[in-house]
Design a protein around this ligand. Structure first.
Ligand code: ADP
Ligand code: MG
Length: 603
C-alpha cells in the first residue's frame, strides 16, 4: 500500500497556527503573562515594554515560580497546572486553564524564562525561539518568574506588518492592564515603557485603585453599591448622574474578577439611570459580580470576554434595584420609591408632576414587567375613545390597505388640521378642545410600529425588500441560539434572514416599510430588547419581537420632526388600538386640561 498524502503537522507549525488565536498583538502577550502571574499568587507584577511591546515585553512577578521540570513543560501545548479534568471547568477560579498561551507566545517570538521556587537554591533559565527549544541552564534569580518576550512575530512578517502604530498598540496594552488591575487591588503593578515608569499602582482598596488610575477627582463622583443575595454578590461603584459623560469609556463589569462585556447587564445600568441622565450621556461604572463558578460559563475561547449566566434576569433586576437604591441614598433620585422591590417601574416618570394629572386614568405604580397590561388597557379605552374622536381621520378601504404596508404612510394634509410644535426635540405639543396634549415622540412612534407589526399574521406577512448587498450578522453563541429560534418570526415580519455558518446569519432582505437603518445595529438592539422582554415570561414570541422591533426602529429623541411628520405621528397614534401606553406600559402622552389652566390663573 502506498503512502497517503496526509501527514501530521509538526508541533511548531501547529503552535504557530494556534498562536493566531491567542496572540493577536502585543497586548495579548501582556494579558496572558500578567494573568499567569496572578494565578501564581504574585503580590507584585512589573511590566516592562519597549516600542509598545513590539521589541520587548517583560513580566516579572514574585509568585510561586516553577521547578526545573515545569519550567520546560510549561511551553508544551495543553500543558496546564490549573485543570486536570473537564469537570474542573465548572469550578474554575484561575484566569488560565487552556494551557495554550505560553506555547503560542513561544511559537511567534524569542522567549527567555527565568524562574525559581522558594525551596530551590538556583533558578532555571530557558531559551526558546520560534517554538524551538534552545537551552535550559541554571542561573541566579529571585523567587518568582520573569518572562522576556522579544521581537514578537519576527518569524511571521505578515503579522508583524499588520501591527498598528506604537501609540495604538500601547493604548491596547494599557487597556488590558486596567482590566486586570481593577479587580486585583491587592497586587502592586508597575509599568515601564521605553525606560520610563508610566504607571505605579500600589496595593490598596478599590477606591485607591480607581483614584490612582483615573485621578483623585473621581472620588466625589462615586457612589458605592452593594447587594448580597447568596446567589450573587454585587459590589463596586457607579458615578453620580451629574458625572455622566458623553462617551462610553470607563464602563467596567467584572464577573468573578474577570473583565467581561455583557450588553444585557449594561442595559440594566442604563435602566437604573433612566430619567436621571439625558439620553446622550453615559454613566461610568466599576461593577463586580461574584457568583459560584458553576452559575457562569466563561466562553472557553481564549480571548473572548463574553459570559453566560444561568439566570441573568435575576441579576438584571438586582442590578437595577441596587443602583437605584445607592443613588437614592445620596439623594440623586429623590422621587423614587426605594423601599419597593419594584422601584424600577415607571413611577418616576408619571407620579411626580406638578400639573394636574390628565383625566385619562392610569396607574402610576404600573410595573411594566409585572402587571397585566390588557386589563389596564381595557379600562382606559372608554376615556380615550371620547377624547380622540375629534382627531379620527376616516380611512377609506383603499387607504387602509396601504396602511398595512407602511408604518407611517402619508395622510392627506387637509384631513389633519391642528397646531403642533416640537418641544426640546422630544415632545410633540398639540391641542385638543382647548386642552393641551404633550406626546412623547419616541413612545408614540413605538406604539404605532408595534401595533402595525402585531397585526401581521402568517397569511399576510409584511413585504420584504431585498437588500443590494446581503449583510452578514455575527453574534455570540448565546445569541445565535436565540436568533435561530426567531428566524421564522423575523421572516414573517418582512426580514429575510438565514443561518450562515457558525454564529452568523445573512440578511438578504428587510421589511419594505423600514428605511434607512443600520441592519447589524438594529438586529443587535432588537435581540437586546427581546431578551429584556423575556423578563416577563408571559409575553409570547410574536408579541415580544414586535415590541423589540418597535423599540429599536422607532424615531428617537433628538430627532427633529417637521410639521407634517408631527401631524402624521399624532394622527397615526390616534388610530391605534391603545394610544395611551407603549407595549411595555409607559405613558405615551400627557394632557393638561383647559379647566386646570383656568383654575390656576384664578389665584
Ligand atoms: P494556563 O495558564 O492556561 O494553564 P499557560 O500556557 O498560560 O496555560 O501556562 C502554562 C502553565 O505554566 C501554567 O498552568 C502554570 O503552571 C505555569 N506558569 C505559567 N506562568 C507562570 C508564572 N508566572 N509563575 C508560575 N507558573 C507559571
Ligand atoms: Mg495562562
Amino acid at each position: 500500500m502506498s503512502n497517503g498524502i496526509i501527514a501530521l503537522l509538526p508541533d511548531h507549525v501547529a503552535n504557530q497556527i494556534a498562536a493566531g488565536e491567542v496572540v493577536q498583538r502585543p497586548c495579548s502577550v501582556v494579558k496572558e503573562l500578567v494573568e499567569n502571574a496572578i494565578d501564581a499568587g504574585a503580590t507584585q507584577i512589573k511590566i516592562i515594554i519597549k516600542d509598545a511591546g513590539k521589541t520587548l515585553i517583560q513580566i516579572i512577578d514574585n509568585g510561586k515560580g516553577m521547578n526545573p521540570f515545569d519550567a520546560r513543560m510549561c511551553f508544551e501545548r495543553h500543558a496546564t497546572s490549573k485543570i486536570a479534568s473537564a469537570h474542573d471547568l465548572f469550578t474554575l477560579t484561575t484566569k488560565g486553564f487552556r494551557g495554550e498561551a505560553l506555547a503560542s507566545i513561544a511559537a511567534v517570538s524569542q522567549v527567555e524564562l527565568k524562574t525559581r521556587q522558594a525551596d530551590d537554591i538556583v533558578a532555571q533559565e530557558i531559551i526558546i525561539e520560534g517554538g524551538k527549544f534552545i537551552s535550559q541552564t541554571e542561573c541566579q534569580s529571585s523567587i518568582g518568574t520573569s518572562f522576556i518576550v522579544k521581537n514578537l512575530f519576527y518569524n511571521i512578517p505578515a503579522r508583524r506588518n499588520f501591527l498598528k502604530s506604537d501609540q495604538i498598540e500601547q493604548k491596547h496594552i494599557l487597556d488590558e492592564i486596567e482590566r486586570v488591575a481593577f479587580p486585583h487591588t491587592n497586587i502592586h503593578f508597575i509599568v515601564q515603557s521605553n525606560n520610563n515608569e508610566i504607571l505605579n499602582l500600589p496595593a490598596g482598596n478599590l477606591m485607591h485603585r480607581i483614584k490612582s488610575m483615573l485621578g483623585n477627582y473621581i472620588q466625589k463622583e462615586l457612589v458605592p453599591i452593594t447587594e448580597d443575595t447568596g446567589f450573587v454578590k454585587i459590589s463596586g461603584y457607579v458615578t453620580l448622574p451629574d458625572a455622566a459623560i458623553k462617551s462610553k469609556k470607563e464602563q467596567y463589569f467584572f464577573v468573578n474578577n474577570r473583565f467581561v462585556r455583557n450588553p444585557f447587564l449594561n442595559h440594566a445600568i442604563y435602566e437604573a439611570y433612566k430619567e436621571l441622565i439625558s439620553y446622550q450621556s453615559h454613566p461610568r461604572y466599576f461593577i463586580f459580580l461574584e457568583l459560584d463558578p458553576k452559575e457562569i460559563d466563561i466562553n472557553i475561547h481564549p480571548t473572548k470576554t463574553e459570559v453566560k449566566f444561568t439566570d441573568d434576569k435575576v441579576i438584571y433586576m438586582l442590578l437595577v434595584s441596587s443602583i437605584k437604591r445607592a443613588l437614592g441614598k445620596v439623594n440623586a433620585a429623590p422621587s423614587m420609591d426605594f423601599e419597593s422591590n419594584e422601584s424600577y417601574s415607571s413611577s418616576y416618570a408619571t407620579s411626580n408632576t406638578k400639573i394636574a394629572a390628565p383625566k385619562i386614568s392610569y396607574n402610576p405604580s404600573y410595573n411594566p414587567f409585572k402587571s397585566d397590561v390588557s386589563s389596564n388597557q381595557k379600562t382606559n379605552k372608554e376615556h380615550w375613545e371620547v377624547l380622540f374622536d375629534g382627531f379620527k381621520t376616516e380611512l377609506t378601504e383603499a387607504e387602509s390597505e396601504i396602511k398595512m404596508q407602511q408604518v407611517i404612510e402619508p395622510i392627506q394634509a387637509e384631513t389633519i388640521d391642528f397646531t403642533v410644535f416640537q418641544l426640546n426635540l422630544k415632545y410633540i405639543v398639540t391641542t385638543y378642545n382647548n386642552n393641551i396634549l404633550v406626546v412623547d415622540q419616541q413612545r408614540a412612534h413605538e406604539r404605532i410600529v408595534y401595533e402595525h407589526y402585531l397585526k401581521t399574521k402568517a397569511d399576510a406577512k409584511i413585504p420584504s425588500q431585498q437588500v443590494l448587498f446581503a449583510e452578514q450578522f455575527e453574534c455570540s453563541s448565546n445569541d445565535f441560539e436565540l436568533m435561530n429560534s426567531l428566524i421564522p418570526e423575523f421572516n414573517l415580519l418582512g426580514f429575510d434572514i438565514a443561518v450562515f455558518g457558525k454564529n452568523s446569519f445573512v440578511v438578504n432582505g428587510t421589511p419594505a416599510d423600514l428605511q434607512d437603518f443600520n441592519i447589524n445595529q438594529t438586529i443587535d438592539t432588537i435581540l437586546e430588547s427581546y431578551k429584556l422582554n423575556t423578563i416577563d415570561a408571559k409575553i409570547e414570541k410574536h408579541d415580544n419581537l414586535c415590541r423589540a422591533i418597535a423599540k429599536s426602529t422607532s424615531i428617537k429623541y433628538g430627532k427633529h420632526l417637521n410639521e407634517d411628520e408631527m401631524k402624521q405621528i399624532v394622527s397615526h397614534l390616534f388610530d391605534c388600538e391603545n394610544p395611551l401606553y407603549t407595549a411595555n406600559g409607559k405613558p405615551v402622552m400627557m394632557e393638561v386640561e383647559y379647566n386646570d389652566i383656568e383654575k390656576f390663573f384664578k389665584k
